[in-house]
Design a protein around this ligand. Sequence first.
Ligand code: SAM
Length: 265
Amino acid sequence: MLSLWQRCSLIIGYWHHWLNAVNQHSLHAPFIYQFYQQVVCNRQSHSGFAAIEQYRKSLLKSEEDVSVQPMGAPSTVNTSSTRSVKSIARHSLSVPKFGRFLYNVVQFQQPKYIVELGTALGATTLYLSIADEQSTVYTLEGSTQIAEIASQAFADFHRQNIELIKGNIDDTLPQLLQKIPQVDLAYVDANHRLEPTLNYFSQLLAKTNEESILIFDDIHWSFGMRKAWKTIIQHPQVTLSIDVFDAGLVFFHPSAVKQHYYLKL
Ligand SMILES: C[S@@+](CC[C@H](N)C(=O)[O-])C[C@H]1O[C@@H](n2cnc3c(N)ncnc32)[C@H](O)[C@@H]1O
Protein backbone atom coordinates (compact mmCIF):
# COMPACT_ATOMS: atom_id res chain seq x y z
CA MET A 1 0.00 0.00 0.00
CA LEU A 2 1.20 3.51 -0.81
CA SER A 3 1.45 5.93 2.09
CA LEU A 4 -0.91 8.89 2.20
CA TRP A 5 1.96 11.24 1.22
CA GLN A 6 2.86 9.07 -1.76
CA ARG A 7 -0.76 9.03 -2.91
CA CYS A 8 -0.86 12.84 -2.61
CA SER A 9 2.39 13.16 -4.55
CA LEU A 10 1.14 10.87 -7.33
CA ILE A 11 -2.25 12.64 -7.56
CA ILE A 12 -0.65 16.10 -7.71
CA GLY A 13 1.89 14.86 -10.27
CA TYR A 14 -0.81 13.20 -12.36
CA TRP A 15 -3.06 16.29 -12.45
CA HIS A 16 -0.17 18.58 -13.20
CA HIS A 17 0.91 16.30 -16.01
CA TRP A 18 -2.61 15.92 -17.38
CA LEU A 19 -3.13 19.72 -17.45
CA ASN A 20 0.20 20.46 -19.12
CA ALA A 21 0.68 17.54 -21.53
CA VAL A 22 0.98 18.60 -25.17
CA ASN A 23 0.89 16.81 -28.52
CA GLN A 24 2.76 17.28 -31.79
CA HIS A 25 0.78 20.43 -32.67
CA SER A 26 2.47 22.30 -29.83
CA LEU A 27 5.97 21.01 -30.55
CA HIS A 28 7.67 23.56 -32.78
CA ALA A 29 11.35 22.98 -32.04
CA PRO A 30 12.71 20.43 -34.56
CA PHE A 31 14.46 18.15 -32.04
CA ILE A 32 11.50 17.67 -29.73
CA TYR A 33 9.15 17.20 -32.69
CA GLN A 34 11.44 14.49 -34.08
CA PHE A 35 11.74 12.87 -30.63
CA TYR A 36 7.97 12.84 -30.24
CA GLN A 37 7.41 11.28 -33.67
CA GLN A 38 10.20 8.70 -33.53
CA VAL A 39 10.13 7.76 -29.85
CA VAL A 40 6.80 8.60 -28.21
CA CYS A 41 4.50 7.82 -31.16
CA ASN A 42 6.49 4.91 -32.50
CA ARG A 43 4.38 1.74 -32.04
CA GLN A 44 6.59 -0.59 -34.11
CA SER A 45 7.03 -4.06 -32.70
CA HIS A 46 10.20 -6.12 -32.48
CA SER A 47 10.28 -9.91 -32.46
CA GLY A 48 12.10 -9.78 -29.10
CA PHE A 49 9.25 -8.03 -27.27
CA ALA A 50 7.08 -11.15 -27.07
CA ALA A 51 9.93 -13.21 -25.60
CA ILE A 52 10.59 -10.58 -22.92
CA GLU A 53 6.89 -10.51 -22.03
CA GLN A 54 6.90 -14.31 -21.88
CA TYR A 55 9.78 -14.04 -19.40
CA ARG A 56 7.74 -11.51 -17.35
CA LYS A 57 4.77 -13.94 -17.37
CA SER A 58 6.96 -16.75 -16.06
CA LEU A 59 8.16 -14.46 -13.24
CA LEU A 60 4.57 -13.56 -12.37
CA LYS A 61 3.79 -17.26 -12.00
CA SER A 62 6.97 -18.10 -10.07
CA GLU A 63 6.61 -19.76 -6.65
CA GLU A 64 10.18 -18.84 -5.70
CA ASP A 65 11.09 -16.54 -2.79
CA VAL A 66 14.30 -14.54 -2.63
CA SER A 67 16.02 -12.71 0.17
CA VAL A 68 16.44 -9.01 -0.53
CA GLN A 69 18.97 -6.58 0.86
CA PRO A 70 17.25 -3.35 1.96
CA MET A 71 19.04 -0.77 -0.18
CA GLY A 72 16.47 1.33 -1.98
CA ALA A 73 13.49 3.27 -0.68
CA PRO A 74 11.39 0.89 1.44
CA SER A 75 8.88 -1.19 -0.52
CA THR A 76 5.30 -0.06 -0.05
CA VAL A 77 4.18 -3.64 -0.68
CA ASN A 78 6.47 -5.85 1.40
CA THR A 79 8.83 -4.81 4.16
CA SER A 80 10.25 -8.24 5.04
CA SER A 81 13.72 -9.33 3.95
CA THR A 82 12.18 -12.11 1.86
CA ARG A 83 10.05 -11.40 -1.18
CA SER A 84 8.37 -13.58 -3.70
CA VAL A 85 9.65 -13.28 -7.24
CA LYS A 86 6.07 -12.79 -8.43
CA SER A 87 5.65 -9.78 -6.11
CA ILE A 88 8.88 -8.21 -7.42
CA ALA A 89 7.73 -8.86 -10.98
CA ARG A 90 4.33 -7.29 -10.28
CA HIS A 91 5.43 -4.24 -8.32
CA SER A 92 9.06 -3.38 -9.11
CA LEU A 93 9.49 -3.82 -12.86
CA SER A 94 8.74 -1.11 -15.39
CA VAL A 95 5.64 -1.94 -17.42
CA PRO A 96 5.88 -3.32 -21.01
CA LYS A 97 4.85 0.02 -22.54
CA PHE A 98 7.75 1.74 -20.79
CA GLY A 99 10.13 -1.01 -21.92
CA ARG A 100 9.08 -0.34 -25.52
CA PHE A 101 9.55 3.39 -24.95
CA LEU A 102 13.13 2.78 -23.74
CA TYR A 103 13.71 0.54 -26.74
CA ASN A 104 12.64 3.44 -28.99
CA VAL A 105 14.92 5.85 -27.11
CA VAL A 106 17.88 3.54 -27.77
CA GLN A 107 17.00 3.17 -31.45
CA PHE A 108 16.67 6.95 -31.76
CA GLN A 109 19.85 7.84 -29.92
CA GLN A 110 22.07 4.83 -30.76
CA PRO A 111 24.08 5.11 -27.55
CA LYS A 112 27.33 3.23 -27.13
CA TYR A 113 27.39 3.20 -23.32
CA ILE A 114 24.11 2.58 -21.49
CA VAL A 115 23.91 2.50 -17.69
CA GLU A 116 20.90 1.10 -15.82
CA LEU A 117 20.78 1.67 -12.06
CA GLY A 118 18.53 -1.05 -10.55
CA THR A 119 18.38 -4.23 -12.65
CA ALA A 120 15.83 -6.11 -10.56
CA LEU A 121 14.85 -9.18 -12.62
CA GLY A 122 16.28 -7.75 -15.82
CA ALA A 123 13.14 -7.25 -17.94
CA THR A 124 13.86 -3.60 -18.74
CA THR A 125 17.55 -4.39 -19.26
CA LEU A 126 16.47 -6.79 -22.01
CA TYR A 127 14.48 -4.05 -23.78
CA LEU A 128 17.53 -1.75 -23.61
CA SER A 129 19.81 -4.53 -24.82
CA ILE A 130 17.88 -5.77 -27.87
CA ALA A 131 17.45 -2.26 -29.27
CA ASP A 132 21.05 -1.96 -30.42
CA GLU A 133 23.57 -4.80 -30.57
CA GLN A 134 26.43 -2.29 -30.83
CA SER A 135 25.72 -0.78 -27.43
CA THR A 136 26.76 -2.16 -24.05
CA VAL A 137 24.25 -2.09 -21.20
CA TYR A 138 25.93 -1.87 -17.80
CA THR A 139 23.25 -2.76 -15.27
CA LEU A 140 23.76 -2.44 -11.52
CA GLU A 141 21.93 -4.48 -8.87
CA GLY A 142 22.63 -4.88 -5.17
CA SER A 143 20.35 -7.73 -4.12
CA THR A 144 22.36 -10.89 -4.79
CA GLN A 145 19.54 -13.38 -5.35
CA ILE A 146 17.59 -10.96 -7.56
CA ALA A 147 20.72 -10.33 -9.61
CA GLU A 148 21.20 -14.09 -10.03
CA ILE A 149 17.76 -14.46 -11.59
CA ALA A 150 18.51 -11.56 -13.95
CA SER A 151 21.87 -13.06 -14.82
CA GLN A 152 20.24 -16.38 -15.73
CA ALA A 153 17.71 -14.55 -17.93
CA PHE A 154 20.49 -12.70 -19.78
CA ALA A 155 22.18 -16.06 -20.44
CA ASP A 156 18.89 -17.65 -21.56
CA PHE A 157 18.35 -14.74 -23.97
CA HIS A 158 21.95 -15.12 -25.23
CA ARG A 159 22.60 -11.44 -24.61
CA GLN A 160 26.23 -10.57 -25.30
CA ASN A 161 25.91 -6.81 -24.73
CA ILE A 162 24.82 -6.80 -21.08
CA GLU A 163 27.28 -6.47 -18.21
CA LEU A 164 25.60 -7.09 -14.86
CA ILE A 165 27.45 -5.49 -11.97
CA LYS A 166 26.50 -6.80 -8.52
CA GLY A 167 26.85 -4.73 -5.35
CA ASN A 168 25.67 -1.53 -3.75
CA ILE A 169 25.47 1.24 -6.36
CA ASP A 170 27.11 3.58 -3.85
CA ASP A 171 30.27 1.49 -4.48
CA THR A 172 29.75 0.09 -7.98
CA LEU A 173 28.69 3.27 -9.81
CA PRO A 174 31.89 5.25 -9.06
CA GLN A 175 33.94 2.19 -10.11
CA LEU A 176 31.99 1.80 -13.36
CA LEU A 177 32.25 5.50 -14.18
CA GLN A 178 36.03 5.29 -13.84
CA LYS A 179 36.06 2.45 -16.35
CA ILE A 180 33.85 3.80 -19.15
CA PRO A 181 34.69 6.93 -21.17
CA GLN A 182 31.18 8.41 -21.26
CA VAL A 183 27.54 7.82 -20.40
CA ASP A 184 25.35 8.15 -23.48
CA LEU A 185 22.14 6.93 -21.90
CA ALA A 186 21.30 6.21 -18.26
CA TYR A 187 18.12 4.79 -16.80
CA VAL A 188 18.01 5.55 -13.08
CA ASP A 189 15.62 3.15 -11.31
CA ALA A 190 17.26 2.17 -8.03
CA ASN A 191 17.05 4.09 -4.77
CA HIS A 192 13.99 6.31 -5.17
CA ARG A 193 14.91 8.90 -2.60
CA LEU A 194 15.90 12.56 -2.86
CA GLU A 195 19.55 12.40 -1.85
CA PRO A 196 20.58 9.20 -3.68
CA THR A 197 18.82 10.43 -6.84
CA LEU A 198 20.69 13.75 -6.77
CA ASN A 199 23.87 11.86 -6.01
CA TYR A 200 23.35 9.55 -9.04
CA PHE A 201 22.64 12.63 -11.17
CA SER A 202 25.82 14.44 -10.22
CA GLN A 203 27.97 11.33 -10.76
CA LEU A 204 26.42 10.58 -14.15
CA LEU A 205 26.56 14.24 -15.18
CA ALA A 206 30.35 14.17 -14.97
CA LYS A 207 30.35 11.57 -17.78
CA THR A 208 27.71 13.10 -20.05
CA ASN A 209 28.20 14.98 -23.30
CA GLU A 210 25.92 17.11 -25.45
CA GLU A 211 24.23 14.00 -26.89
CA SER A 212 23.60 12.20 -23.59
CA ILE A 213 20.17 11.41 -22.18
CA LEU A 214 19.50 10.68 -18.50
CA ILE A 215 16.16 9.09 -17.58
CA PHE A 216 14.87 9.11 -14.01
CA ASP A 217 12.09 6.70 -13.10
CA ASP A 218 9.22 7.45 -10.71
CA ILE A 219 9.71 11.21 -10.56
CA HIS A 220 6.25 11.68 -8.97
CA TRP A 221 6.44 8.66 -6.66
CA SER A 222 7.05 10.78 -3.53
CA PHE A 223 7.58 14.41 -2.58
CA GLY A 224 11.28 13.60 -2.26
CA MET A 225 11.41 12.34 -5.86
CA ARG A 226 9.45 15.37 -7.08
CA LYS A 227 11.97 17.62 -5.36
CA ALA A 228 14.85 15.66 -6.88
CA TRP A 229 13.33 16.02 -10.37
CA LYS A 230 12.77 19.77 -9.92
CA THR A 231 16.38 20.21 -8.78
CA ILE A 232 17.71 18.16 -11.72
CA ILE A 233 15.81 20.09 -14.40
CA GLN A 234 17.00 23.40 -12.95
CA HIS A 235 20.65 22.40 -13.32
CA PRO A 236 22.34 24.85 -15.75
CA GLN A 237 23.67 22.04 -17.96
CA VAL A 238 20.16 20.65 -18.54
CA THR A 239 18.76 22.40 -21.60
CA LEU A 240 15.73 20.23 -22.31
CA SER A 241 13.60 18.14 -19.96
CA ILE A 242 10.60 15.94 -20.68
CA ASP A 243 8.13 14.69 -18.07
CA VAL A 244 6.36 11.56 -19.32
CA PHE A 245 4.77 11.10 -15.86
CA ASP A 246 6.26 7.64 -15.19
CA ALA A 247 9.72 9.09 -15.70
CA GLY A 248 11.62 12.23 -16.61
CA LEU A 249 14.25 12.67 -19.31
CA VAL A 250 16.97 15.32 -19.39
CA PHE A 251 19.09 16.42 -22.35
CA PHE A 252 22.21 18.53 -22.65
CA HIS A 253 22.16 19.97 -26.19
CA PRO A 254 23.57 23.48 -26.37
CA SER A 255 20.58 25.81 -26.41
CA ALA A 256 19.95 29.47 -25.71
CA VAL A 257 16.74 28.72 -23.82
CA LYS A 258 15.78 25.96 -21.42
CA GLN A 259 12.76 23.96 -22.55
CA HIS A 260 10.46 21.74 -20.48
CA TYR A 261 7.70 19.55 -21.91
CA TYR A 262 5.01 17.22 -20.59
CA LEU A 263 4.34 14.35 -23.00
CA LYS A 264 1.90 11.47 -22.70
CA LEU A 265 3.24 8.02 -23.56
C1 SAM B 1 12.49 -0.62 -9.20
S1 SAM B 1 13.61 -1.92 -9.19
C2 SAM B 1 14.35 -1.86 -10.78
C3 SAM B 1 13.44 -2.31 -11.87
C4 SAM B 1 14.08 -2.48 -13.22
N1 SAM B 1 14.81 -1.31 -13.65
C5 SAM B 1 13.02 -2.80 -14.26
O1 SAM B 1 12.35 -1.88 -14.73
O2 SAM B 1 12.84 -3.99 -14.58
C6 SAM B 1 14.90 -1.25 -8.19
C7 SAM B 1 16.07 -2.20 -7.96
O3 SAM B 1 17.16 -1.42 -7.51
C8 SAM B 1 17.89 -2.15 -6.54
N2 SAM B 1 18.57 -1.16 -5.69
C9 SAM B 1 18.02 -0.16 -4.97
N3 SAM B 1 18.97 0.53 -4.34
C10 SAM B 1 20.15 -0.03 -4.66
C11 SAM B 1 21.51 0.24 -4.33
N4 SAM B 1 21.85 1.24 -3.52
N5 SAM B 1 22.46 -0.54 -4.86
C12 SAM B 1 22.13 -1.58 -5.68
N6 SAM B 1 20.87 -1.88 -6.05
C13 SAM B 1 19.90 -1.13 -5.54
C14 SAM B 1 16.83 -2.94 -5.79
O4 SAM B 1 17.41 -4.11 -5.21
C15 SAM B 1 15.82 -3.25 -6.89
O5 SAM B 1 16.04 -4.53 -7.44
